[in-house]
Write a protein that binds this ligand. Structure first.
Ligand SMILES: Nc1ncnc2c1ncn2[C@@H]1O[C@H](COP(=O)(O)OP(=O)(O)O)[C@@H](O)[C@H]1O
Ligand SMILES: [Mg+2]
Length: 233
């Protein structure tokens, strides 16, 4: 579904990504872990067209999407949530989710149906008219996910959607991610909290200092020498 081949990205003297290649198949939960500054968010930025790659190639369903514009890539079916809050703080939950709708000529009734379904799925119906800046971190994350879902994606990139929450909230997010996978979405998530990421992901990539140092099923990654070295450093 998504094929990243030999991408490089440098910021001044920093090699944020060096010769990274990954391959994602449909219908699974894929994860990317690694220490701060490993290049995880940068890889998402390249995949979504937020930043141009220096070199390398990115294909989605066989189409070359390398350095396409973000809205073009979104229309092809790749949506994302952001590590830093990226919502319209003064707009409501309803309007933030609705901002993800791509259909140009959608009418009010269709819009309402789609946004209402997403709010219901995420448990946000009661918060419909709340201003996003007043929401708890969990609910703000759910709104970000809702906006991504409104774009009708096939692949959803989640940048630390799991993270910075109390355990019961993390569990709720994990349950939602698993439900989405079971409904046929493909998920690619970055995570810092290794426990829950390992629990729900089908396959894990490990980045360190811009390079992929390991990939495999969670049980193998947990005992991988290179990975342990990085996390015990
Ligand atoms: N827009 C940017 N300009 C300059 N340096 C950047 C930019 N984005 C990321 N970096 C640098 O690239 C490296 C990788 O960052 P990032 O991809 O955010 O790491 P991660 O998400 O794994 O923590 C870091 O050293 C970071 O400071
Ligand atoms: Mg990051």
């Amino acid at each position: 579904m998504l094929k990243v081949s030999n991408v490089y990205k440098q910021f001044g003297g920093i090699h944020a990504l060096e010769d990274v290649s990954i391959n994602l198949e449909k219908g699974k939960i894929w994860a990317m872990i690694g220490p701060n500054g490993a290049g995880k968010t940068t890889l998402f930025n390249l995949i979504t067209g937020t930043l141009p790659a220096d070199s390398g190639r990115i294909e989605f369903h066989g189409d070359d999407i390398t350095n396409m514009k973000p809205f073009e890539i979104c229309r092809k079916g790749i949506a994302r949530t952001y590590q830093q809050k990226n919502l319209y703080p003064n707009l409501s939950v309803y309007d933030n989710i609705g901002a993800g709708l791509l259909k140009d000529k959608i009418n009010e009734a269709e819009r309402d149906k789609i946004v209402s379904e997403i709010m219901e799925f995420l448990g946000l119906t009661r918060e419909k008219n709340e201003i996003v800046s007043s929401l708890s971190p969990l609910y703000a994350k759910l709104v970000e996910l809702g906006r991504a879902l409104a774009t009708s994606p096939k692949l959803i990139l989640l940048d630390e959607l799991i993270g910075g929450l109390i355990p019961v909230e993390t569990e709720k997010i994990c349950g939602i991610i698993e439900t989405l996978r079971n409904e046929g979405y493909t998920i690619f998530q970055i995570g810092h909290e290794i426990g829950p990421i390992m629990k729900i992901s089908d396959w894990v990539f490990v980045l360190d200092e811009g390079s992929k140092i390991a990939e495999g099923v969670p049980d193998d990654i947990k005992s991988n020498r290179n990975v342990l070295d990085v996390y015990l450093e």
